[in-house]
Ligand binder design. Structure first.
Ligand code: GSH
Length: 201
């Protein structure tokens, strides 16, 4: 059986779990829960993922897959799903990259306070990451609302998991302020069974 190495708190792992649920393949994997940080890598992760990150998908009949967007695309193809439609593939991939980028910046902010020793923390750097998040949220609000309301795809899943992660780890920053449209979309999207079942909060 395929093994998915991950933690339910990771937004990148959540994307894979949502994809598995949306394509009805949750029973195809064994979830192996691991705790890993940049300074303390889990041994299984070090073996499976060249960059020592999660998620990683260990397959008995093929190479181990990473990163999250490779794994989600693999499962979509495997189920002959429509999360990466040819019709607008470049839009979908760009939206997915936007969601992933929000997660990356938001995860780095968490590492700054949790992993880096206090005397080495740098507020200016943390705020610069948050300004990337805000810039991306504004881009989503201005350019992507009609796509977000279209048929379900991998871009929407990435954005949904990114916004969920902002609530989970950066709730005090109020990403919804001045972004009613995006907040309204997320309120609906987060009601999906796959989102409810994988909520980290
Ligand atoms: N681009 C990667 C990012 C994965 C990632 O950053 N995962 C975090 C957990 S949320 C991780 O494994 N961090 C440990 C580390 O950086 O060593 C993906 O999409 O899979």
């Amino acid at each position: 059986m395929m093994q998915l190495l991950g933690s339910p708190a990771s937004p990148f792992v959540r994307k894979v779990l949502v994809t598995l649920r949306e394509t009805d393949q949750l029973d195809q994997i064994e979830f192996v829960e691991v705790a890993t940080t940049p300074t303390k890598s889990a041994p299984e992760v070090t073996v499976a993922h060249a960059l020592k990150k999660i998620p990683a998908l260990v397959r008995p009949d093929g190479c181990t897959l990473y990163d999250s967007r490779v794994i989600t695309r693999f499962f979509d193809a495997r189920a002959k799903g429509n999360l990466y439609p040819e019709r607008n593939i470049w839009e979908v991939l760009t939206l997915e990259a936007t969601g992933d980028g929000i997660m990356e910046a938001a995860v780095l902010m968490v590492y700054e306070s949790r992993v880096r020793p206090e005397d080495k923390q740098f507020d200016g750097w943390v705020e610069a990451q948050w300004s990337k998040v805000e810039n991306a949220l504004d881009a989503l609000s201005k350019l992507w609302m009609s796509h977000l309301y279209g048929p379900l795809d991998a871009g929407q899943i990435a954005v949904g998991c990114a916004l969920g992660y902002l609530d989970f780890r950066h709730g005090g920053r109020d990403w919804r302020k001045g972004r009613d449209g995006l907040a309204g979309w997320y309120a609906e999207f987060s009601k999906r069974d796959a989102m409810q079942a994988t909520s980290p909060a």
